[in-house]
Design a protein around this ligand. Structure first.
Ligand SMILES: Nc1nc2c(ncn2[C@@H]2O[C@H](COP(=O)(O)OP(=O)(O)O)[C@@H](O)[C@H]2O)c(=O)[nH]1
Ligand SMILES: [Mg+2]
Length: 254
């Protein structure tokens, strides 16, 4: 069995309650069925944490929250801006239902979804210390968040599959220049924005997207940015890199 699956099982076994930290901009891509199934089998409570909510519109957050609430209690937070972290603290205490002793909270999720930021956001001024513990092949970090809450922070628990390059681009695990197919990744970003907040994309790049496909939109953006090659045609790779960089800097909101 792959070592990450053992690590996931190890964290689930140690914890009283689990957080699945996902990126609110693409909840479906950053959820992991296998992890959710393992948690369900353990009969331990799960909270879905929609992190990076500062980058997503309120309507989309509410829509995702009500959809995912059918699976598990769902909260949206911004680990970075410390938004919703008090709510999450209360949700942990309420959902764990453990009285009179410390509650061990495991955090699971793809790299860069913001697990450490969420933990630090919740711990905040209550944080009384961290200590390393040895887990399956990796060192886990225990973060004491006060009021009986102790987090297990895990380094990038779920690895990416070979075909997940676009998720790695979306999640900023790989920067634009390390991607094998920046144009493909940029097209995915355009598709996502067109489906969810086309006006934001249009106004950010000062373009109007009609019925074109995502490649045509990429060319439009390249043209608008004046990324031209010698013969006057649009430099599609340069346009793709620009779009990915803007996305990874959090300039493009859904
Ligand atoms: N905009 C925004 N960025 C965030 C948020 N939480 C984390 N990040 C960023 O996402 C990246 C990964 O965060 P980190 O906590 O290290 O993720 P981890 O690998 O899951 O522990 C960092 O660059 C963070 O600054 C958030 O709520 N909003
Ligand atoms: Mg981390």
């Amino acid at each position: 069995m792959a070592s990450y699956q053992m690590l996931v099982k190890d964290v689930i076994k140690r914890a009283d309650i689990l957080l699945e930290v996902i990126d609110a901009r693409f909840p479906d891509e950053t959820r992991n069925n296998e992890v959710e199934r393992d948690v369900a089998r353990s009969k331990k409570p799960l909270i879905i944490v929609l992190n990076k909510c500062d980058l997503v519109s309120k309507e989309k957050l509410e829509e995702t929250k009500s959809r995912l609430s059918k699976i598990a209690p769902t909260v949206f937070v911004s680990g970075k801006n410390r938004f919703g972290t008090t709510m999450l603290r209360h949700k942990i205490l309420e959902t764990a239902g453990i009285k009179g002793r410390e509650i061990l909270v495991g955090s699971l999720g793809y790299p860069n979804t913001g697990k450490s930021s969420v933990i630090n956001g919740v711990a905040g001024k209550h944080k009384t210390g961290t200590s390393p513990i040895s887990g399956y092949t990796k060192v886990l970090q225990l973060v004491n968040a006060g009021s009986r809450i102790m987090f297990i922070d895990t380094p990038g628990v779920i690895p990416f599959g070979e075909n997940d390059e676009y998720i790695q681009g979306l999640l900023s695990v790989k920067d634009a220049t390390s991607l094998k197919d920046p144009i493909g990744v940029a097209m995915k970003i355009i598709e996502k924005l067109c489906a969810e907040n086309k006006t934001a994309l249009e106004s950010f790049y000062h373009i109007t997207i009609g019925g074109q496909d995502s490649y045509d939109a990429l060319i439009l953006i390249g043209k608008q940015c004046n990324f031209l090659k010698k013969k006057g045609e649009v430099d599609d790779t340069r346009a793709a890199v620009r779009i990915i960089n803007d996305w990874q800097k959090g300039l493009l909101v859904i």
